[in-house]
Design a protein around this ligand. Sequence first.
Ligand SMILES: [Zn+2]
Ligand SMILES: [Zn+2]
Length: 554
Amino acid sequence: MAGDLVFAPLGGVGEIGMNLSIYGLGDQRRRTWLAVDLGVSFASEEHLPGVDLILPDIRFLIEERKNIAGLVLTHAHEDHFGAILDLWPQLKIPIYATPFTAALLEAKQKSEPGAPEVPVKVVPLGGRFSVGPFDIELVSVAHSIPESNALIIRTPHGNVLHTGDWKIDPTPVIGLPTDETRLRALGQEGTLAFVGDSTNAVRGGRSPSEAEVARTLGELIKSSPARVAVTTFASNVGRIKAVVDAAAAAGREVVVVGRAMERVIQVARETGYLDEAREFRGIDVYGYLPPDKVVALCTGSQGEPRAALARIAQDEHPEVTLARGDRVIFSSRTIPGNEKAVGRVVNGLIEQGVEVITDRTHLVHVSGHPRVAEMEEMLGWVKPKILIPVHGEALHLAEHAAIGRRLGIEQVVVCRNGDLVQLAPGRAGIVDELPAGRVYKDGRLLVPAEGKTVTERRRLSFAGFVTVALAISDKGVLATDPEIEMVGVPELGADGDRLAEIVHDAVMETIETLPKPRRRDPDEVAESIRRAVRSALANAWGKKPICYVHVLVV
Ligand SMILES: [Zn+2]
Ligand SMILES: [Zn+2]
């Protein structure tokens, strides 16, 4: 058997988000690659001002484009498929996905003006197909979106199970439970490596079932005296179905509020997931329905300021309002980094007299990722020789590794984005490093994370900026009064002096004290003024803004 089998994460390891993994077959100089998932991370406004999304740096894939046999998507969560529309045009490789994932990608493309049309080869659930030299079998796993798949990747060197996101839920509200039979069969056949979800490796026991959440939602909707609004992740079709069923049982109509939710529902209906659910009502009837006859299903569980629930909480939604005695259920978890935004929405609702129910007090949300007992059970079925924890921050990866060692798995390899791990032949280990990193989506552009754009923007947001423009004669005499503009700088100092005045004095003083010959050099003048202005403001204010000085010689 020639060559080797390697694995490398290019995103999603050491962090939660922007998953991208590659597998390589062949010898060191000429490998054929299989890519799995191509996701994004979301940027927090405070840390990365103006950045919409974080994407993996795909330099390596672009270089190896001709040797990539294809990209297989495990499921349609943004952290697994959110970067396709932005990055595929640089790769143009074949993409494989199951019907729901393919349909959601298409719907997303249609809703984004200018997004490229991406051809997708649709493969059935449980399907088996070849991607170049890789023999792929999809295994259904329960998660928090329809059609989550683990991949069995069969190669001449052995079988790999790439789990994707999964949990063991014998009673998911929608879709198939985790296919224990196939996974046990793989264990019998032999598993070389297990590349698995570490998200909840720090949580003991088992994750409750979606069916339990559905029961709680049923009770809470039934017992509501007035209007109910439920917010959840738009892609959680099982949860949407639970709300629809609960509403039907309570004799209420469901009104969908928010475009992202409408889009997912449309796709779910087209792919047969909300078939039996009754018609959703248009937002226009919301105001006419009696309070105890309606459930509003809203986007905005993460406090997104433009989403439906935030606007309702600020009483700014054109059609949907809530009032004292109404109930809002957050059927979601607040993703770290969104606490303040969610807090603003919750407080806005409470100010309106609305009762807010979250997963702190009621079982209105469960994670779609496995806890420790589920991970142990899965590893027991699959019996891998090698365990590679992925999909997690450092702590999650370390805990996942510890579980593997405890179960006696021979080789546990903890790696990071960019590490090239040799899986076979021989003992598994990190053998090389590939270029990896992140890029930011900034407006319509992709900018390198290590560039200065966002760093500068952060500095601007902290201390603003000052520009000074002045004209100087070739004899070194000031031709006009300098022009000073300040943005984001306070007007008055502590003793009431105008900061603009302080800057003006610093400029004049610098010119006067500069020896004549040096005054004729515009660069020298500019640099001296820049330093003087920053130090004068540091004295008066305690901050040094960015300062630009333009010197014109007349
Ligand atoms: Zn997921
Ligand atoms: Zn994920």
